[in-house]
Design a protein around this ligand. Structure first.
Ligand SMILES: [Zn+2]
Ligand SMILES: [Zn+2]
Length: 498
């Protein structure tokens, strides 16, 4: 018997060693085999180091334990494998899927059994007397296995599932981020930070400026309303939308924003400001969604969803014929919003917006090249939120697309370089305008991992005199009233139902 179990433990040791060395040598390949996703350099490093270390440790314990007949080493291997079995059971309970896990679960349970069987054959304890804590360890292992089993069974019990769903939904409905609407600060939350190039982590252009208990949305890029909904800020407090220009990545979610603010109980029509032409954009969305709105009113009653507030109303903001190319959009004595003409040719009109609230101020650029009007309009602002295109990265994408025969993409990559601002050019604008903090958003391409972020911001420390930050969806900037400070944080999503 002991010979058989000895051979089996050695086979397990060899198996663990092969897998461990595989993770060290080819982490991406092994990760694929084990259905693991390594995100960027740091993700692959985690897979190589953590999983490689785990399997090689298991191999070492099994092999040295068999060779030296040390039961403590084999017990340690069995405990590690038991913990892995518990994790596997929890995975089964939470995903409800056993199909993809059954094979590995079987190998691990058999491994624990083989190790336990071999330990039992080792009557002698050559190196030391049996430690007293052995029973405790065995009890801990048994308890862990029992917990894993119970969690797995509970996860498959309808009553437990219903109870957990009810509790999660209760928690989600009670928590909200209404505190962000307090009038003690000017706050800016990034509801979208990417550009037309797709990113799984970022919605397209959207900046929420919160002041005086109201929220103003600069641009409504595709997917951005979903961010706003997950934040749990009462959407009936959206005072208006300011469109920088009419490219699709800046207007694509207008209909969804209008619908969701209407459903949330917005008291008046949604006001949409922008350059001349905004009426056409708004009329088009209103026409496209007219039927949807009649269905919803018919289904939920006009008292809940009144037709009078269902549609958006466009407010064209024209630049004055003479003088500086700026126009006041809103001024209630506390919050002043000014449109600043910028250069995104051949796209026109193209505006940036400046917000001034109780002594604090921010500017949101929209799409633009370096422009003296932007520098003048940003003068003395606390924060400049600037779009940014990394020319080196886009040139590389253009070259690789051309080499791969993807001429349409190469053509577009070549064209877009002319009408956006690069990170170092945005730094120059911020320096010249005396801005305290430069925040880059509307990022082309989206730097979604550590290495891409390094490349994207390379040289920025040298170009920028002052602070800068690279925004993500959910980045939150707080400018307290009566202070010169700013705080950088994150909006915590609260409406995530299970
Ligand atoms: Zn854009
Ligand atoms: Zn654009």
């Amino acid at each position: 018997m002991s010979k058989i179990t000895r051979v089996l433990v050695t086979v397990y040791a060899a198996l663990f060693a092969v897998v461990g060395l595989g993770f060290w040598a080819a982490p991406a390949l092994l990760a694929q085999r084990f259905n693991v996703e390594g995100l960027g350099i740091s993700g692959l490093s985690t897979i190589r180091a953590d999983l490689g270390g785990l399997f090689l440790t298991l191999a070492g314990l099994c092999f040295v334990g068999v060779q030296t007949r040390r039961r403590s080493l084999l017990i340690a291997a069995a405990l590690m494998l038991s913990a892995i079995v518990v994790g596997r059971l929890i995975g089964w309970a939470t995903s409800g899927e056993l199909a993809g896990l059954a094979g590995m679960l079987a190998i691990e349970i058999v491994g624990v059994a083989v190790l336990a069987a071999h330990v039992r054959t080792l009557k002698l304890w050559p190196d030391e007397a049996p430690p007293k804590f052995l029973k405790t360890l065995a009890a801990v292992a048994a308890v862990l296995l029992a917990i894993g089993g119970l969690v797995a069974i509970a996860g498959h019990t309808p009553a437990v599932q219903d109870r957990l769903f009810a509790r999660a939904s209760e928690a989600a409905i009670q928590r909200n981020n209404a505190a962000l609407l307090k009038d003690d600060a000017l706050r800016v939350a990034l509801c979208g930070t990417s550009s037309p190039l797709p990113s799984p982590k970022r919605a397209k252009a959207c900046v929420a400026v919160i002041a005086g208990g109201k929220m103003w949305i600069v641009d409504s890029g595709p997917e951005s309303t979903e961010n706003l909904m997950q934040w749990g800020i009462p959407l009936d407090r959206v005072a208006g939308v300011l469109i920088t220009h009419f490219h699709s990545d800046h207007i694509g979610d207008l209909d969804e924003l209008n619908l969701q603010t209407w459903v949330a109980g917005r008291p008046a029509q949604l006001a949409v400001y922008g350059g001349p032409g905004v009426e056409q954009v708004v009329a088009g969305f209103n026409a496209a969604y007219a039927q949807d709105e009649t269905y919803r009113t018919a289904h939920h009653t006009a008292a809940l969803l009144p037709p009078a507030t269902a549609t958006m109303v466009g407010h064209p903001v024209a630049m004055p014929a003479t003088g500086p190319r700026t126009a006041v959009v809103h001024d209630d004595g506390q919050l002043k919003i000014t449109a600043i003409e910028t250069n995104h040719a051949p796209v026109a009109p193209a505006y940036a917006y400046r917000f001034e609230y109780k002594g604090r101020s921010v500017v949101v650029t929209g799409d633009t090249t370096t422009d003296p009007r932007l520098i003048a309009g940003s003068r003395g602002a606390d924060i400049l939120f600037s779009e940014a295109l990394n020319r080196d990265m886009v040139r590389t994408m253009e070259r690789t697309a051309r080499a791969a025969g993807r001429d349409r993409i190469a053509h577009i990559m070549a064209d877009i370089q002319s009408y956006h601002i690069a990170p170092d050019e945005a730094a120059d604008v911020a320096n010249k305008a005396g801005v305290k903090l430069l925040v880059l958003y509307h990022l082309i391409p989206s730097p979604d991992n550590f290495m891409a972020r390094r490349i994207f911001t390379r040289g920025l420390d040298g170009a920028r005199r002052g602070e800068w930050d690279l925004a993500e969806d959910g980045s939150l900037y707080t400018l307290p009233v009566g202070s010169r400070d700013f705080r950088i944080g994150r909006v915590q999503p609260v409406m995530r139902l299970p």
